[in-house]
Design a protein around this ligand. Structure first.
Ligand code: HEM
Length: 499
């Protein structure tokens, strides 16, 4: 009795109460809630590996991935799921394709059923799902409140503002010309680089594609020129450059009081600035408005979301063409027939169907984003499943793209003909949920049309300028560092086709 009384006295002290509360919150966040969610899934027959306190199954995931990617692949095989997602292969084999594991304290449900994926990514759950606290924390200092990590009403508002900049007709009107000009410059650099190698003519094409897509997005969206180079190292300076650019644009608009859109010009940055101006003039008093920091976050989001992913698509496509000369010739012949000696124009693009098939097949085998994560912010009924609030749903895009039960026994082979017009279309309604390089539903990639136009323009121009073959120095070692990339780059031999 005396012990109980002393405990009650101690607990009534404010400091101790605070400490007890902190301990309770920590215990609840890191163990009790994840365990409750895990039990709720187990009650529905969805199981998974037993977790450890605090780390969950994190150590196993890290150890399995480290072991699987320690060496290069022995052959140029596209069967890469076991290498990049060994935990998926292990646990889906043990517990079935629907399983739960704990990434640290975050319970994650692995979802591969294509009908359920289609429903889950539909507009029905656009506001009930989003980016988790962990994800947002990880990118907070990088892309901040930009579209990629926004949730709920803020996300809708931001998406509504930026989406028009990426409509197909706008792209055709202004982006194709920038893409052609930037690619011409890269072709000159590639000619010089391969000539300088004195006969060997080998270049690491990935580095050139990264520079090229960086140039294209910054020029298309009218980002300041300083934006274009070594963006990662310049993160702080970059903010200052953008801030200065925003300040000057606003001063000009204030002096002239001209319509903001006309003053700022066109493109993403211009649209964001005029949106900011509009809110300032209207003094909307609404819950949401763009301020300078959010404009900066949005610009950075678009640069990072649209730069690396596009470069990887181009790099993997060149690797696949360099190792499949028959498809390379077929695509080159199509470009010659459609474009003649001209650079590709907006009108040519829809006629480049072989190139389109090659791009789709590249995105299937090597999707730059291998996973789609979405957190359930409220309880969700998905088919027969009840997903409790706080559960993260992970869609393993790479595994779905390589699934033999969906794509057939040749799922790991490069066969662009599966995307031929008239072939059984994976992107058709019946196949929705199985081809997800750009996600799906209202929260899909807002830059999808831009990325596809860019890939066609660049590949068409490279194909008509060079014949490429993979170098003996190529080491096939795909790795997943946020995006799916070739660990040692892609060295190719280039043979110029025109003087
Ligand atoms: C081959 C190139 C590309 C691929 C494979 C790709 C893939 C994706 C994927 C899978 C998502 C969904 C991510 C998620 O919700 O977790 C996404 C979103 C996004 N992408 Fe792309 N992307 C590409 C190019 C681009 C380009 C060129 C831009 C911009 C110019 C862009 C801007 C964005 C933005 C802003 C989002 C967030 C959209 C939202 O949450 O509403 N992407 N992308």
């Amino acid at each position: 009795m005396a012990v109980l009384v002393s405990l009650m006295v101690i607990a009534s002290s404010p400091l101790v109460a605070l400490l007890l509360r902190a301990a309770w919150v920590t215990l609840s966040c890191y163990w009790l809630t994840p365990m409750r969610i895990r039990r709720a899934m187990a009650a529905q027959g969805v199981r998974g590996p037993p977790p450890r306190p605090l780390v969950g199954n994190l150590r196993e995931v890290s150890a399995l991935v480290a072991r699987a990617t320690a060496d290069d692949m022995p052959s140029l095989s596209h069967d890469i799921v076991g290498r990049l997602m060994p935990h998926y292969v292990l646990w889906s084999g043990t517990y079935g394709k629907l399983f739960v594991y704990l990434y640290g304290s975050e319970p994650r449900l692995c979802l591969t059923d294509t009908a359920l994926i289609k429903e889950f990514l539909s507009s029905k759950y656009a506001h009930a799902t989003g980016k988790s606290w962990f994800q947002r924390q990880g990118t907070k200092h990088f892309i901040g409140g930009g579209l990629l990590m926004a949730n709920g009403a803020r996300w809708s508002h931001q998406r509504h503002v930026v989406a028009p900049a990426f409509m197909a007709d706008k792209l055709k009107a202004r982006a194709v010309g920038h893409m052609v000009e930037c690619t011409k410059q890269t072709i000159r650099e590639l000619r010089d680089a391969s000539a300088a190698r004195g006969g060997r003519r080998e270049v690491e094409i990935g580095a050139h594609m990264t520079r090229l897509t960086g140039d294209i997005i910054s020029r298309t969206e009218y980002f300041p020129s300083k934006y274009r180079r070594e963006i990662r190292r310049l993160n702080g300076e970059l903010e200052a450059v953008l801030m200065e650019s925003i300040r000057r644009s606003r001063e000009i608009a204030d002096e002239g009081r001209t319509a903001a859109a006309a003053t700022y010009g066109r493109g993403l940055l211009a649209m964001l600035l005029s949106e900011m101006e509009k809110k300032k003039v209207e003094e909307s008093g609404g819950e949401f408005s763009y301020d300078a920091q959010l404009v900066i976050d949005e610009c950075k989001t678009f640069f990072f979301a649209g730069h690396e992913t596009s470069a990887l698509l181009l790099t993997w496509a060149i690797m696949l063409l360099a190792t499949n000369p028959a498809w390379q010739e077929k695509a080159r012949a199509e470009v010659a027939q459609v474009c003649g000696d001209e650079p590709p124009s907006a009108d040519h693009l829809s006629k480049l169907t072989v190139l389109q098939m090659i791009i789709q097949e590249t995105l299937r085998l090597y999707p730059p984003a291998t996973l789609l994560p979405r957190m359930a912010f409220e309880d969700i009924q998905l088919g027969d499943l009840r997903l409790p609030r706080g559960l993260s749903v992970w869609i393993p895009v790479l595994a779905i793209h390589h699934d033999e039960s969906i794509w057939g026994p040749d799922a790991h082979e490069f066969r662009p003909e599966r995307f031929a017009p008239g072939a059984r279309r994976p992107s058709s309604a019946a196949g929705a949920g199985r081809f997800l390089p750009f996600a799906a539903g209202p929260r899909n990639c807002v830059g999808q049309a831009y990325a596809l136009v860019e890939a066609k323009v660049v590949l068409a121009m490279l194909l008509s300028s060079f014949r490429f073959a993979i170098s003996d120095n190529y080491r096939h070692a795909p790795e997943n560092v946020l995006t799916l990339r070739p660990k040692h780059g892609v060295p190719v031999h280039l043979r110029p086709l025109r003087p």
